[in-house]
Ligand binder design. Sequence first.
Ligand code: NAP
Length: 257
Amino acid sequence: MPELLTGKTALILGVANKWSIAYAIAQAFVREGAQIVLTYQGDRQRDTVRELADELAPGTRVMSCEVTIQQEIDNLINALRVERIRLDAAVHSIAFANREDLSRPFVETSRAGYQMAQDVSSYSLIAIARAVAPLMTAGGSIVTLTYLGSSRVVPNYNVMGVAKAALEASVRYLASDLGPSNIRVNAISAGPVKTTSARGIRDFSKVLEGVAAHSPLRRNTDPAEVADAAVFLASDLGRGVTGNVIFVDAGFQIMGL
Ligand code: NAP
């Protein structure tokens, strides 16, 4: 079978460990012939991500990027520019909210907690899109990860649901701005996956049980399925798709009960 991403280079933000959705995406991109660049947040993660990068493809570049610090984003882009790297795809697989905001009633969300969730989980997509667009000189594909909690109430998803709503709206505005440069911007709405971030949501295992019991496919989402949708969007097969939220969730989002 021909590789779908041969000749393409992708920047992937959000690999923390082997359970990260971004890791599954990195695996699929490498399988399809892409060159990848991974980022990590803070020195604590550097060695882990370096090891994962070498396992994925020896020599894979690993760079620092804490998305709430503009200078870190600028440094990342400057380093890519110095190396004359043309980007064809960028994957934004990043989110954060304070743990207490994912367990207490939503009405008790603090101003600081709200701003933190928005900054890391939503605004960062805009900052990253603005930074990578000039490197996408042959057009490109920007993909972010979202969740059904953006438009439906999912217990304890709370402030993250509001951040995801803003993220999905940002996808549409970015798609409109960047479309004339042949840069497409889409979100994949993944079904719940047991990752480090997801474990921060109180009673997350109940969400997994509910999806397995009620989704049309009667099972949960495999991160590899999310990754294959990201491959589609990054490849020329996705060339007509922009501004969309594509659900990879075993069909759960269509159900009323
Ligand atoms: P994950 O493995 O914990 O990935 C989250 C990533 O965000 C980590 O690499 C984390 O880095 C990074 N991050 C957090 N704050 C950051 C910051 N300020 N600067 C740079 N990086 C930062 O969890 P995941 O589930 O794969 O999450 C990836 C994306 O998928 C998120 O947008 C999430 O909302 C979305 N999603 C997840 C699910 C699910 O059920 N798991 C479902 C739908 C959508 P550190 O670990 O170093 O903090």
